[in-house]
Design a protein around this ligand. Structure first.
Ligand code: CP
Length: 304
């Protein structure tokens, strides 16, 4: 693994290696034994969108491993905001930093950063993919259920970056997945092509109850992602009936997990009642972002 740009680039073995490394680093952290494998290394955290979890967990994780992270606001402070090309930014930052984390809109921007910087690049989320979050979700599901192979999962919501990455990640790891989204909000065409050709059990529906029925883990995400705020009213209408509520949870398998990348919009994609009933696993999921990011850095920069 040279970069982490999207899960489609990783083999099942590489995904498993990230998950095993994250488990190992979590155990070491809990024992107060964080390996200082980033000593002397600097990581740029370039954000063109808001973040709570991704930014802070990277800052803390890099510190725990002995390195230093620099937060760079690409929306208002870097010269990117004034039109400096990504190729030039990449060639400059690649000469200072050992790795670059980039959260932005277009997938092509993180791909360009990787092409021109000469150092490992990690996607902090784009409109197309959220690989760190889905690696974290896989880690959390395996932690809770003891396996991934054969687990029956469902995603209910927008066929956007989380859905795209869940389809690739879950199917590569031998899970079955049903995605329920309204017509007009379907996952990316290349991702659906992968899902239909990879041989793993996959179903796309516009019926959220069909997705929930018998699920052992239910994923959801916000209906209005960053940059879509002007569509919020229309999206609330289009996604009516897709809320994860108690009636829908009653259709799932006993002990069904709920996973939400956060921030949550209570009363839209999930009710307060369901979120609070599943808060333990949702906030364990949030914690696991830290361990997964440390694992990715350890693999990319320290030869794990
Ligand atoms: N889940 C996630 O990526 O959270 P942030 O947007 O807060 O980083």
């Amino acid at each position: 693994m040279k970069h982490l740009l999207k899960l489609g680039d990783l083999s099942p073995e590489e995904i498993l290696h990230v998950l095993d490394t994250a488990d190992q680093l979590k155990r070491l952290h809990q024992a107060g034994q964080d390996p200082k494998v980033l000593t002397g290394k600097s990581v740029a955290l370039i954000f063109n969108k808001n973040s709570t979890r991704t930014r802070t967990s990277f800052e803390v994780g890099i510190y725990q491993m002995g390195g230093q992270g620099t937060f760079l606001n690409a929306a208002t402070e870097l010269q990117i905001a004034r039109g400096e090309p990504i190729q030039d930014t990449a060639r400059v930052l690649g000469r200072y930093y050992d790795a670059l984390v980039y959260r932005t809109y277009r997938q092509s921007e993180v791909e360009a950063l990787a092409q021109y910087s000469g150092v490992p690049v990690i996607s902090g989320m784009t409109d197309y993919a959220h690989p760190l979050q889905v690696l974290t979700d896989l880690m959390t599901v395996r932690e809770k259920l003891g396996r991934l192979e054969g687990v029956r999962a469902a995603f209910i919501g927008d066929g956007y970056n989380m859905a795209n990455s869940l389809i690739v990640g879950c199917l590569k790891m031998g899970m079955s997945l049903t995605v329920a989204c309204p017509k007009g909000y379907r996952p990316a065409a290349d991702v659906l092509m992968f899902a239909r050709s990879c041989g793993a059990p996959f179903c796309l529906t516009d019926n959220p109850d069909e997705a929930a029925r018998g699920a052992q883990v239910l994923f959801t995400d916000v209906w209005t992602s960053m940059g879509m705020e002007r569509e919020a009213e229309r999206r609330r209408r289009d996604f009516a009936g897709y809320t994860l509520d108690a009636a829908r949870m009653a259709l799932t398998a006993p002990g069904c997990l709920v996973q939400h990348p956060l921030p949550a919009h209570r009363g839209e994609e999930i009710t307060e009642e369901v979120l609070e009933a599943h808060a333990a696993e949702i906030f364990d999921e949030a914690e696991n972002r830290l361990h997964v990011e440390k694992a990715v850095l350890a693999i990319l920069l320290a030869g794990y």
